[in-house]
Ligand binder design. Structure first.
Ligand code: BF8
Ligand code: SF4
Length: 638
């Protein structure tokens, strides 16, 4: 294979060659072995929901048009999409519940976490209508955590976190369609129940179920996770860090944190600092924690920890031969990591009680025992340092500077340097004048089925050229970071109008310029993008669906990218994906999601104001998004 065909990251290319010469297989090899992918699976028309099957619907004239039970392609695709969105939303819902549970135990003095985000706590408490007078931080935190946990229990009404964050006009739309969620667990059970054999077989009703699940994702997944993580660990502020495999340092004890749950990664950082002296006693310069995937985002945003790599190349970080430990928790952790770790001295360590990796070691996290976990993990890494095989050591050189930490609070603070009374005013003025043509969120993954980082960066550059501001999260943000788009130098890619705006905003804050892409955090932090849109819509006096904005996941891998995308579609935001969702086998489902208003009996464009756009070519995709943005501008009279 040619490494240059698989990724544009030269460090990853170098490590792919090393892996190849050492006989190590990675996701890039395994993805090729799966080609050609099953066309029934790609189209979403295979059903394994009962033992009368599995059934599949044929595409041509000949062959079955219905499954054994009589299910049509439309019904099968809609059911499969519903469970796929459940697969996307549930990890975020569990993430949120873990954070809420930790906050509760921290407030009760059981879990060793200090509540660092007091401002955020007060804000949420006030929004929830709590009285603060005479109460301690812990008392308020406990009340907030208990209300949050109700979003997994209450049987009637609407999920509280939706009421906290959603735009009134969006709620109106959802109420009319009767898709408002009650509690996250109930709706997950309801969705699985709908999709079960012999239950819901109305494709439209199933799609409405998809939208309910999208709202569960948005509010009890994304927003709840971000809010309570900010309460525990603080709201992110502008930070500077480094990107690329070069952040792994030969003369340090290196610990990679990979996954999503900040309670785990924060404790690893805390204990690495505490035990730094012990690394020196071993002859190392110290302990170096580096991030992969969304744990990287959590630590980058709040601690300025540097980022080694994103999803597709997670195994290659081990191939450097310089990782003493890789600590994982949940989501996007390839089982293949263990096989690679066995070729080196690296210890792969799983942490969550119910998420284990075959062959890896396990140091269990619980909120109460978080300190023991942190210490044990760092001590395991220290013990591995002396086992390092210097012959196998090869760290690609070079790092790239990047800024992150663009929480909505930080964005408002940055803008307040231009207009203190009305911070959003300069931003809205720039949008009105067309100096910022629109905003596109580039989010989601990298995927070995697409040349790594290529679609993410190409799409970003094409949009920047047309004066579209980029906000980013997840592994896509890492792609942009690796190629300089999170640094002020990245404004070379911007059209002159956008470049000027960014320079003005940057200079007001002591920088040469703001970066052209604003890193807003991990995938759950897509909530921050949502908050920004709601704030802009409220300030202008329109709905979110009216704003000249869009979302894009050019290299999606996880169902989470689809559930997040659907959440934004529910608000009326167009969402582009660079690999198709498994819906092409159903004209009804495909039309409903991708059709324009008025094209078909039912479209999300008609009902919500946003639609799904599938386009593999990032340059073409950029131009489709530009057209949609211009259409929304025109409707606003801009
Ligand atoms: O939640 S971007 S590959 S790591 S799914 Fe996974 Fe995709 Fe990365 Fe973060 Ni998000
Ligand atoms: Fe086949 Fe129907 Fe069973 Fe699905 S539910 S496997 S389509 S018989």
């Amino acid at each position: 294979f040619l490494a240059t065909d698989l990724t544009i990251d030269t460090g990853v290319q170098e490590l792919l060659l090393k892996a190849n010469s050492e006989g190590i297989e990675t996701a890039f090899d395994r993805a090729k072995q799966q080609e050609p992918h099953c066309k029934f699976g790609l189209a979403g028309v295979c059903c394994r929901r009962c033992m009368m099957g599995p059934c599949r619907i044929s595409f041509g004239e000949k062959g079955a048009k219905r499954g054994g039970c009589g299910a049509t392609a439309d019904q099968i695709v809609a059911r499969n999409l519903l469970t796929l969105i459940v697969d996307g939303a549930t990890p975020h819902v569990e993430h949120a519940r873990e954070v809420a549970h930790t906050l509760l135990e921290a407030a009760e003095g059981i879990a060793p976490y200090e509540i660092k985000g007091k401002d955020k706590l007060w804000k949420i408490a006030l929004d929830l209508g709590l009285t603060l007078e005479g109460k301690s931080t812990n008392e308020v935190a406990k009340e907030v955590a208990l209300i949050a946990l109700q979003d997994f229990q209450k049987q009637t009404g609407v999920a509280t976190w939706l009421s906290l964050h959603a735009h009134a006009k969006s709620v109106e739309t959802w109420e009319k369609l009767n898709i408002l969620p009650r509690n996250a667990h109930l709706e997950i059970a309801n969705a699985i129940n709908k999709a079960a054999m012999g239950c819901d077989s109305d494709p439209l009703n199933l799609l409405l179920g998809v939208m309910t699940m999208a709202l569960v994702e948005g509010y009890d997944g994304l927003h709840l996770s971000t809010d309570l993580s900010d309460v525990l660990f603080g709201t992110p502020k502008l930070v500077k860090a480094q990107y690329n495999m070069g952040v792994i340092k030969a003369d340090y004890v290196n610990i990679a944190v990979h996954g999503h749950i900040p309670m785990v990664s924060e404790k690893v950082v805390e204990w690495s600092r505490k035990l730094n002296g012990e690394a020196k006693a071993l002859g190392a310069q110290g302990i170096n924690v580096i991030g992969i995937c969304c744990s990287a985002n959590e630590l980058l945003m709040r601690q300025g920890v540097s980022v080694a790599t994103n999803f597709a190349s997670q195994e290659l970080a081990i191939v450097t031969g310089a990782l003493e430990a890789m600590v994982v928790d949940a989501q996007c952790i390839m089982p293949g990591l263990q096989k690679v770790a066995e070729c080196y001295h690296t210890e792969l360590i799983s942490t969550l009680p119910n998420i284990k990796i075959e062959g890896s070691s396990h140091v269990e996290f619980s909120p109460a025992k978080a300190d023991q976990m942190g210490e044990e993990i760092v001590r395991k890494a220290l013990a591995r340092y002396t086992e390092r095989d210097m012959v196998k050591l090869q760290i690609p050189k070079g790092t790239v500077e990047a800024y992150a930490g663009f929480s909505v609070e930080q964005i408002v603070e940055v803008l307040s340097k231009i207009n203190q009374e009305d911070p959003l005013q300069p931003f809205i003025q720039a949008l009105t004048d067309g100096d910022i043509l629109g905003v596109v969120a580039i989010v989601g993954c990298t995927n070995p089925r697409v040349k790594q980082d290529w679609a993410n960066t190409e799409l970003a550059k094409e949009l920047l050229k047309h004066n579209v501001l980029i906000v980013a999260t997840g592994c896509s943000a890492h792609s942009l970071g690796k190629f300089g788009l999170l640094s002020p130098e990245g404004i070379e890619y911007c059209g002159p109008k956008l470049a000027n705006v960014l320079k003005t905003m940057g200079e007001a804050n002591g920088l040469t310029s703001l970066p052209p892409a604003w890193h807003m955090g991990s995938c759950v932090d897509n909530s921050r993008i949502d908050d920004l849109l709601v704030a802009l819509a409220n300030r202008v006096g329109v709905g979110v669906r009216d704003l000249p904005v869009a979302g894009s996941s050019p290299e999606p891998q996880s169902p989470k990218a689809l559930s997040i995308g659907t959440f934004f579609i529910a608000q009326g935001v167009d969402v582009h994906i660079g690999l198709n969702a498994p819906i092409s086998g159903s004209p009804f489902v495909e039309n409903a999601l991708t059709g324009d208003k008025g094209d078909f009996a039912v479209t999300t464009d008609e009902l919500f104001g946003g639609k799904l756009i599938y386009e593999e070519d990032p340059i073409k995709a950029a131009h489709v998004l530009l057209q949609r943005i211009i259409k929304k501008r025109t409707a606003l009279g801009l």
